[in-house]
Ligand binder design. Structure first.
Ligand SMILES: [Zn+2]
Length: 125
């Protein structure tokens, strides 16, 4: 099912992303700091296809609720390779799907984008 993904190139793509390439808004910082510990099985799955969960392409945070929880209604990740006809999973109540709409990526290599949602984290900043 995930044969079309180029795991080696995806790994390299994430390795080449530097801290300063990432969005530095507080919503994103809050995400980088906690997402891996909060969703270890999602992180493990993403890692198995070469994705570093701490380096999202795009996140869409809502406002923190009265309990100080912040929902990211969609988080997007770039994957190098061609999209499998189907990639639909649910891990730790997080859905993982091929994205149907996302900002332009400026990548020349063949790639696609996945959506993971929702991610709920404490607002710690
Ligand atoms: Zn941001």
């Amino acid at each position: 099912m995930i044969m079309a993904i180029n795991v080696e190139q995806t790994k390299k793509y994430y390795k080449d992303i530097k801290q300063e390439d990432l969005c530095d808004c507080n919503y994103c910082k809050n995400y980088y700091l906690q997402v891996k510990d909060a969703y270890p099985k999602v992180a493990e799955f993403l890692d198995s296809i070469g994705i570093d969960i701490e380096k999202p392409f795009e996140t869409s945070p809502l406002e923190p609720d009265e309990h100080g929880m912040l929902e990211y209604c969609i988080c997007q990740y770039i994957v190098i390779g061609s999209a499998p006809s189907e990639l639909s999973k649910e891990i730790e109540n997080v859905k993982i799907d091929i994205s149907e709409s996302h900002p332009s990526t400026d990548l020349i290599q063949e790639h696609f984008v996945i959506d993971i949602y929702p991610i709920c984290l404490k607002w710690i900043l």
